[in-house]
Ligand binder design. Structure first.
Ligand code: PLP
Length: 418
């Protein structure tokens, strides 16, 4: 059953697969009358190819999945103990909707220590996951019909969250030139119009591992400030940068009252995907609005897990460094394998634990992902799960033991040779 947990980036519901195809066909036609059973925006959610592969993989036993968005290391003991002690101390009751004060303070200290930034606690909102942080931010600012300009490829769930808010998204694709991903700022700015309510950027990027530069962040903040557009920066992978302690943050270039939300999570850097703990930063003037939304949405994050989060921030630096060492070795291993095939074109990721690559002669990534499952029992995420520009790519997560990675690469090799 392990693979079921692991495939995909925490994709809980696999709405679309072959057996449900008739449902998709029926509901994806917006011209058809609304059935009235559930909200139209839910009926019309766009296809999620990553989830389709999750469902497809369930048909087989012993699938090896590197399609997941998490490492295979368990949460370290010092974090577990923080939560265990909180439970022993009776911290099992409802807590403040925007998080326990000690954790809000610890996150503020963390920005001071790691980024040399002053982010007061009234700008820090603890959430039950990065995903929830994103939903709170979108719910706070989007009206039906608003448009979000999203830099892609991007994790599909973020686009789904926009659709659930009854808003629309417009994709601005990163360019891939001579082995490097880059963002054309003119293209991004030209995509914004009077309906644009927000720009959504994930940096470091899942799936490409691209990291936005300080100059680019500064330019986007200036543009957004001038045009009264919100920026939502997903910085969930901010600590997973090779050769640097962290990626540049949008917070470095924002004034306290700028229209900026940053989304963050304990999931990736501290091996806490199952804890469902994250945070959001925003201007202090939205604190009450975010509290109201969280109150009605989920009543705030679980109480005792937050004490694990405090330990993670206080004592997690060695753990992150160790993980990064393993991932850096794995990244080199993957790159070496890709080169040895003579068929794979991949940009080495600057950050994250993903490799996003294209195989010569395999243009249909969804079909290829299914073939990998059928022929060699390997599950990887199809690139089309990350927006239009991802078509033809595959994403592999190398945050696994060296033995598991070698096994996966052997299977991929067999599939390529068959
Ligand atoms: C870019 C990005 N943002 C947010 C998340 C969600 O993180 P969480 O586990 O905190 O919901 C993920 C998970 O894969 C992600 O890739």
């Amino acid at each position: 059953m392990r693979h079921e947990q692991l495939i995909g980036d925490s994709m809980p519901e696999d709405r679309v697969d072959n057996t449900d195809k008739h449902l998709l066909d029926e509901h994806s036609d917006v011209s058809k009358p609304h059935s009235g059973k559930i909200r139209k925006c839910v009926e019309n959610l766009s296809q999620n190819p990553g989830a389709e592969i999750v469902r497809y993989g369930r048909r087989k036993a012993n699938i090896l999945s590197l399609g997941q968005g998490e490492g295979d290391a368990a949460t370290p003991d010092f974090i577990l103990k923080g939560a265990q002690k909180a439970m022993d101390d009776g911290r099992t009751f409802y807590g403040p909707v925007l998080g326990q004060d000690p954790l809000r303070q610890e996150i503020s200290n963390y920005y001071d220590r790691i980024y040399d930034l002053r982010v007061p606690t009234n700008r820090v909102f603890v959430t039950s996951s990065g995903t929830t942080a994103m939903h709170l931010a979108l719910t706070a600012i989007l009206d039906a019909g608003d448009e979000v300009v999203a830099v892609t490829p991007i994790w599909k769930n973020l686009l789904g969250a926009i659709e659930l808010a009854q808003a629309k998204f417009k994709e601005v694709a990163l360019d891939n030139n001579e082995g490097a991903w880059s963002l054309d700022l003119d293209k991004l700015f030209d995509a914004c119009n009077k309906d644009t309510r927000a720009i959504l950027i994930t940096t470091p990027s899942n799936p490409t591992g691209w990291v936005m530069s300080r100059e680019e962040i500064k330019a986007v903040m200036e543009f957004a400030r001038e045009r009264d557009i919100w920026v939502i920066a997903d910085e969930v992978y901010s600590r997973l940068v090779y050769g640097n302690s962290h990626a540049p943050s949008f917070l470095e270039f924002a004034q306290d009252d700028d229209r900026l939300f940053t989304v963050n999570s304990f999931s990736k850097a501290w091996a806490m995907t199952g804890w469902r703990l994250g945070w959001l930063t925003g201007p202090s003037r939205v604190e009450d609005a975010v509290r109201d939304i969280a109150l009605y949405d989920n009543m705030g994050p679980p109480t005792f897990t937050q004490y694990g989060g405090i330990e993670a921030l206080r004592h997690g630096e060695d753990f992150i460094a160790q993980q990064m060492q393993l991932w850096e070795r794995n990244r080199a291993r993957v790159q070496e394998f890709f080169e040895s095939t003579g068929r794979i074109d991949a940009t080495e990721s600057e950050a994250t634990f993903y490799s996003f690559f294209k195989i010569d002669g395999e243009d249909n990534c969804l079909e290829f992902a299914k073939r990998l499952i059928d022929d060699v029992s390997l599950s990887l995420a199809p690139g089309c799960a990350f927006g239009k520009v991802g078509q033809g790519y595959m994403r592999l997560c190398y945050a696994v033991s060296e033995a598991r990675l070698d096994d996966a690469l052997d299977r991929l090799d067999r599939a390529l040779k068959s």
